[in-house]
Design a protein around this ligand. Structure first.
Ligand code: GCW
Length: 692
């Protein structure tokens, strides 16, 4: 008996894979030619869709759809014809798609390509069976497309189960043990595969005592997760504690140059690979926010990372070593320390010293996942190192899945940024391994994101936050995609009514709510790139001076004359010098610096005039009034959708409830920010609006 894949979704929302999304494939006659686990997955997917929509598999002569491996010996005629017309195998994750003589043919370079090709057809829906078209080749720009889960096995006393998680508990772990709902893990893998992601790390980078043991005596639990994800091509990684040889191995030291320590890691890693032959590798947060690391032994981060790389490399594994290293015990009185400089100061001098199996995982900005930061200069400073770009899908600083904040436009800007100027490579090129320095270690580090998923019925708390997870996978596959087009794909899949598609009014409303939601959020929170101003600890809601006199290095320096951090070479911390030309001089000048980053780089008077013609103080008032107003508008647009019954009422209710909180919170931000700056500056709003 066939278990329809969609029934995995019984107790929770189907996200972008509702049954209706499979109607085009499921109502056709298909032929599938390939072998291996992923080919079996595709065969089962097509069979399940056919069982529901009346199509059939196993057709050859009269197939309307052929899915086959490029290398398959006995191809049906239509596929043979396509193979003869394309010069090369599309690569193991790639596929060629054509429609000729009324037959849709997809030839994949390997079983993974069959899987991605299948989900591409799902996205196309009826369009896959429209007019004939010549062969088009698809392959991922990034080979590495990973979600990091900050999930703890046990519930942590301060952070709860999922650190910075806003969607309930972990889908991998519950009650201190492996989840009792493996089908949910499988369903997650399926959603990820349909978005394009291909790897997951299953525990928090802050590795506490219980979680450290996933590496050793609780390895079977990791193997079980890997078993559920494998049929959807998702590789499994583990966050490990650098002090594991002490914590788990009983050794007196974790010194990376100590042979006993090296041997412990080699033996431990060998055991992991015996148990999980396709294990991906480790993720390491070392010497960061209290985590152990090589500094304790006077060793460099290259020495630390290379030791783990040596243990993993024999099996093809890699270590993702995070560059998020800074002094989190800084004295706020000390103006010579600049947290923004830290990652570059620590890592740029090590370029060329990392082993091939090391990927340096760099947060997209120099501080910490703020809604607006310049791109990290580390990404332009290490041509001889494999670099991965890390973003947050979880909305720690972007509304915690209580606010609508569609993040694809932010990520698209980061990936499209050209650190060497208009004719140079992009950040996406660097992550793909096609930037300056070529492909150190045999390929780039790819794109990594902190997942926003939990055991919530809608997966992500806020149902519209599903779009962020979907968009992450799509941008990792192809960073040149347009965020609005990705949103359309997500809408088409999630809200489809089968052959009838998605009602126009629903599509328009979702675009109106989501397209500019990141900029709206930016405009009612901390101004002009300065960041933070959030409540310490949980990071939700406004607290303008919340971090001002703390150890965390995240200050705004507002006084009665002006605001901002002077990071220039001329008079400030010198951070601008970490950028190559032309950005070093663009950022250095308050007149050339883009408005949205002005007070990230400069301390300016409230009367400073922006490129828009507005003063800084008036800009603060205007954006906070307008963006809060905008939140009220989107809330009423969402209400209208309900009145005409365009979405399920439970989904509607969940979004409506969150929009109420977003409106409340935006007002709170507006009023605190505007009042604070009115009181500091003594300059009133030119439009005389109400400020407290
Ligand atoms: O943004 C900060 C978070 C921490 C997190 C850290 C990191 C996992 O506030 O909760 O720790 O980043 O990225 O390591």
């Amino acid at each position: 008996p066939v278990t329809p894949a969609g029934e995995l979704m019984a107790d929770y929302h189907a996200a972008w894979l509702p049954w209706e999304a499979f109607s085009a494939i499921g109502s056709r006659r298909s032929a599938i030619h390939g072998e291996g686990l992923l080919a079996d997955t595709v065969r089962r997917e097509v069979e399940d869709a056919c069982a529901r929509f009346g199509g059939a598999t196993g057709a050859d002569e009269d197939a309307e759809l052929v899915l086959a491996l490029y290398s398959w010996s006995a191809l049906p005629a239509a596929a043979e014809k396509l193979r003869n017309s394309v010069a090369e195998d599309p690569g193991d994750e790639g596929f060629v798609l054509a429609r000729q003589d009324g037959v849709t043919v997809l030839l994949a370079g390997g079983p993974a390509g069959l899987l991605y090709g299948f989900f591409h057809l799902v996205r196309l829906g009826e369009a896959a069976f429209g007019a004939d078209h010549p062969p088009r080749t698809h392959r991922p720009v990034m080979r590495r497309r990973m979600l990091d889960h900050w999930d703890n096995v046990a519930v942590h006393d301060v952070m709860g189960q999922v650190e910075r998680g806003y969607a309930g508990g972990s889908i991998f772990w519950s009650d201190g043990a492996l989840t009792k709902d493996p089908a949910r893990v499988r369903a997650y893998g399926r959603l990820l595969a349909a978005s394009g992601a291909n790897a997951v790390s299953v525990n928090n980078v802050n590795v506490h005592a219980v979680e450290a043991r996933l590496l050793t005596d609780r390895l079977d639990d990791v193997a079980s997760v890997a078993d559920e994800l494998r049929p959807y091509g998702i590789g499994v990684y583990l966050s490990v504690n650098f002090a594991s040889p002490i914590m788990l191995g009983g050794l007196p030291s974790a010194d990376p140059l100590d042979p006993a320590v090296q041997d412990w890691w080699a033996r431990t890693t060998a055991r992991v690979h015996r148990r999980i032959p396709d294990f991906g590798g480790y993720v390491v947060k070392a010497d960061s926010e209290g985590q152990a690391g090589p500094f304790a032994y006077g060793r460099s981060h290259a020495e630390g990372a290379n030791m783990l790389a040596a243990a993993l490399a024999p099996y093809g594994g890699v270590v993702y070593w995070r560059a998020f290293v800074y002094n989190h015990r800084q004295d706020w009185r000390d103006r010579s320390t600049d947290r923004a400089r830290a990652a570059y100061d620590h890592f740029a001098p090590l370029d060329g010293q990392f082993a091939d199996a090391v990927i340096l995982q760099v947060k997209y900005g120099p501080i910490d996942f703020q809604p607006r930061e310049p791109v990290s200069p580390v990404l332009a400073a290490m041509p001889n190192t494999r670099l991965a770009v890390e973003v947050q899908v979880t909305q720690e600083y972007t509304g915690q899945q209580r606010h609508v904040c569609y993040l694809a436009p932010l990520w698209r800007e980061v990936l499209g940024f050209r650190p060497w100027g208009a004719s140079g490579a992009t950040v996406a090129d660097v992550a793909a391994g096609t930037g300056p320095g070529g492909s150190p270690g045999g390929g780039g580090g790819g794109l990594v994101a902190v997942s926003n998923v939990g055991d919530d019925r809608f997966w992500t708390g806020h149902p519209l936050a599903q779009a962020n997870l979907y968009a992450f996978g799509r941008l990792a596959w192809d960073p040149s995609l347009d965020p609005s087009a990705i949103l359309d794909e997500w809408i088409d899949l999630t809200f489809t009514r089968g052959a009838d598609g998605v009602p126009d009014q629903l599509r328009h409303t979702l675009h109106a709510i989501m397209d500019d939601s990141w900029r709206t959020y930016e405009h009612y929170t901390a101004p002009l790139g300065v960041g933070f101003m959030v409540n310490p600890g949980d990071h939700y809601g406004p607290s303008i001076d919340g971090y001002e006199y703390t150890q965390w290095g995240t200050y705004h320096f507002a006084d009665r004359n002006g605001i901002g951090v002077d990071r220039t070479q001329a008079t400030g911390t010198g951070f601008t010098a970490q950028y190559p030309h032309p950005w070093s001089s663009t950022y250095e000048s308050p007149h050339d610096c883009p408005d949205e980053l002005l007070i990230f780089f400069h301390h300016v008077p409230y009367t400073h005039i922006l490129h828009t013609g507005a003063t800084v103080i008036q800009h603060i008032y205007d954006t906070h009034f307008a963006a809060t107003q905008r939140v009220h508008e989107i809330r009423s647009q969402w209400q209208k959708i309900h009145n005409v019954g365009l979405v399920d009422s439970d989904l509607h209710a969940r979004v409506a409830e969150r929009l109420n909180e977003q409106a409340r919170s935006a007002e709170e931000w507006r009023d605190q920010i505007n009042s604070y700056f009115l009181r500091k500056s003594g300059i009133s709003d030119a439009l005389g609006r109400r400020i407290y």
